[in-house]
Structure formats: C-alpha cells, structure tokens
Design a protein around this ligand. Structure first.
Ligand code: SAH
Length: 396
C-alpha cells in the first residue's frame, strides 16, 4: 500500500520527535489527504523532517497512531510479529504463573500498536479493535499471532464506528471455538468468561491487584458492599478473603445470574450473600432509611452512565457518590474508590475525596493506591493511557 505523506504542523513536531504516539487531528496540516481508514502514513514536519510511520484510524482520542519512529521500518506482517512477540516476552512471568491465566498481552500504544489490545484467557486470545483503521490490519495481526505463538482460538471485539462501542457480531476469528463459559484463574480464583457474548466478557482484568488486596488485607470478617458490581468480581474476592457477607448492587438485570455464576464456579454459597438488582443511588437511600452500614464499600462506577432517572458522570458526580458512601460506612471502615474516567486525573480524584470528607465533616486516611498493573503497559510519552486510579481510604 502506498503511504500518504502527512504534514505535521511545526508546533507539534517536537511531541512526535520525543515519541508521542497519538496523531491528533489538530496536528495535521493536510487533512484533505486522509481518505480511507487504514491508510499508511509517513509523517513529516513542515521542514520535511521524518517524524514517524503510522496509520489513519479515527478513535475518540485522535486520528491515528504512530507505529514506528525508525525511518527504515515498514508496517507489514513482520512488524506485527515483532511487536507481538516482544509483548508476549514481556509477559513471560504471567504465562508461567498457573494461578493467573487471564491477563493483557498487548496494550495498544503501550506495546507499540495504538488502537489494538490483546487479552489472553487460558489459551484464547481476544483482540479489541478500536478503529476501522486498525481493523484493516486484521489479517496481518492474526497471521502474526499464528506465527509467533500457539493458542486454542482467537476472538475479537470491534469497538469502532459507534464511538468506541462494541459492534454486535459473531466474534470468532480463528483456531477452535471455545465452549463458553471457559474458566480462567486470577490469583487462584476462578472466573467464568464468555468471549462470544457481547462487549463484556465477565471480568475487567485491570483491577487484578485491587481484588487481591481486598481479599488479602481488607475483607476478613467484614461486611462488604460492592456497588456497580457487574459480575461481582470484587465480591468473590472479598468472600474468599473471609468477608462476613458481601452485598453486590448493580442495576443491570443480567448481573444477578452472572454474579451467582461467579460465586458458584468458586464453590461459594451465593445464598449467604446479597445480590441486588437496583440503582446504587436508590440502594443508598434505602440503606440510610434502614440504618444499614458497611465496613468496606467498593466504588467502581462507569465514567458515564445513563439510567432511567438520571445520568452519572464521574467528573460531575463522583464527589457526591463519595459523600453518600461516607454516610453508610462505619468508623474505621474502608472505601475503595476507583475511576477510569479520562477527565478525572489522580489529582482531581484525590481532591474529590478530600472535599467529600470535608463536606461530610469526617476525617480520613489514605491507605493505598493503585494504577494499571504491569500487563497494561503504558507508553511513557503517552501518560493519558494510564487511566486507572484506585484509592483505598479509611474513615477515621
Ligand atoms: N465494578 C465492576 C465493573 C463495573 S462496570 C467489576 O469490577 O467487575 C459498570 C457497571 O455499573 C455495569 O454493570 C452497569 O450495569 C452498572 N451501573 C451503571 N449505572 C448504575 C447505577 N446507577 N446503579 C447501579 N449500577 C449501575
């Protein structure tokens, strides 16, 4: 394929020279050259200096990604073989760990391929395509995977066209079809995973270390409330960590049976726990009325969600969520507050926490903090990719 020569405005040249991989729309001088997504790009500044090679693919973040800064490196199947095998080698400790069989093997620009992530689920690879542009390289990526590693099967999620949302499809790509759910392990705990059943597979891998911490340090003998609980992953870890009881609250109907399933595949009696299908904010009102309190409360809301009555946006509403949480948390209790909202920096997040406690007339202590685990590699020149902020807070 012929390359399009993309003119980068001079004031953006240095960001590319220092290795920033994202091609922002406003950095492009000759936008009219961009026609088909997936076109290969040769980036140069206004003086004609080489800045990198990449591709055109529209995502909410930008107009494409730089894939290499080496003038002699071409974007072809061998390129993908190199990047994928390097990423696999980096995760060798994960592959050797029999207690964890689900993790990320390639994290977009953090592993040199912006727009694509690859997760591993006990022998199966899951490709997440974030633009039509990167999707045009599918054949090469699949051929590269076949060449550099072994697997049972490959599945994919197309997360483009609709602003990063998933396109419903048969997601099978290659190898043998899985018999879902497959059971994967995370630090010895089982998860039932479905790779061909919609956008979400049953577990968010980036919270692995948070789940372990809750199990190993915070759950024993405690009453744990898990809000926005989805399949109850945090509840399972809390239960295994010895929680007196867990309460999982999510407004999606499917969360009920999904949570029962995750308890069951771990040999836990789900009837000893509460699984509630309800709006978290209604559940809070109910708890206040009934005088319910908890020792540990986990907050992992989506960045943005619309329910029948209201919308929740982390940026606008997280502080209020914290205040309502503080009200039902026991003294000495722990709040695990998490957000992946791009617009809420760690600094801003801590500011929300501080303001929520002040406005509630309560004091707190920060116990621990987490960001993305090692398998979610972040490009140093693209700190925006470091999206996860988790803070353990004790109400003192
Ligand atoms: N904490 C989960 C992932 C959360 S995904 C985990 O660790 O696996 C976000 C979840 O929030 C979704 O399951 C969605 O149904 C739920 N949700 C969104 N708005 C909600 C609301 N107002 N009340 C309860 N659940 C909500």
């Amino acid at each position: 394929m012929t390359e399009i020569r993309l003119k980068i405005k001079q004031r953006f040249a240095n960001t590319f020279k220092s290795g920033s991989p994202l091609i922002l729309k406003e950095a492009i001088g000759n936008l009219d050259k961009l026609k088909e997504e997936g076109s290969l790009l040769y980036l140069e500044d206004e003086k004609g200096d080489f800045l990198g090679r990449g591709y055109y693919g529209r995502q909410n973040k930008g107009f494409g990604w730089v894939l290499t800064q080496k003038p002699n490196e071409q974007i072809n199947q061998r390129f993908f073989e190199h990047r994928i095998s390097k990423a696999l080698t980096k995760r060798s400790a994960f592959f050797e760990d029999v207690n964890t069989t689900a993790f990320r093997v390639l994290n977009g620009e953090g592993d040199g391929i912006g727009g694509l992530t690859i997760d591993y689920f006990d022998g199966y690879f899951l490709l997440n395509w974030y633009s039509e542009g990167i999707y045009t390289f599918k054949e090469q990526v699949v051929a590269a995977l076949k060449k550099v590693t072994a697997f049972k099967g490959i599945y994919e999620k197309k997360r483009f066209n609709t602003g990063g949302k998933y396109i419903d499809d048969d997601d099978f790509v290659a190898g043998e079809r899985g018999d879902f759910p497959i059971l994967v392990k995370e630090n010895g705990v089982n998860f039932a995973v479905y790779l061909n059943d919609g956008a979400m597979v049953g577990v968010f891998l980036d919270q692995r270390e948070v789940r372990r911490s809750i199990r190993d340090k915070y759950a024993n003998g405690k009453r744990v409330l898990n809000t926005f609980s989805y399949t109850g992953a945090f509840s399972i870890f809390a239960a295994i960590g010895g929680a007196e009881k867990t309460t999982s609250v999510d407004l999606a109907n499917r969360s009920y049976e999904k949570t029962i399933e995750q308890f069951s595949v771990n040999g836990l009696d789900y009837e000893a726990h509460d699984i509630i299908v309800q709006d978290v904010f209604d559940y809070y009102k109910f708890s206040v009325k009934k005088g319910f309190t908890f020792d540990v409360v986990i907050l992992d809301p989506p960045s943005f969600a619309r329910s029948k009555k209201k919308t929740f946006s982390a940026e606008k509403d997280y502080k209020d969520l914290l205040k309502q949480t503080i009200a039902i948390t026991e003294k000495k209790g722990v709040i695990v507050a998490s957000t992946n909202a791009a617009k809420v920096s760690r600094k801003k997040f801590k500011h929300f926490i501080d303001a929520a406690f002040k406005e509630s007339g309560e004091k707190y202590k920060l116990l621990e903090e987490h960001s993305l685990p090692a398998d979610f590699a972040v490009a140093p020149q693209f700190p925006d990719g470091d999206y996860l902020k988790v803070v353990f807070i004790q109400k003192v």
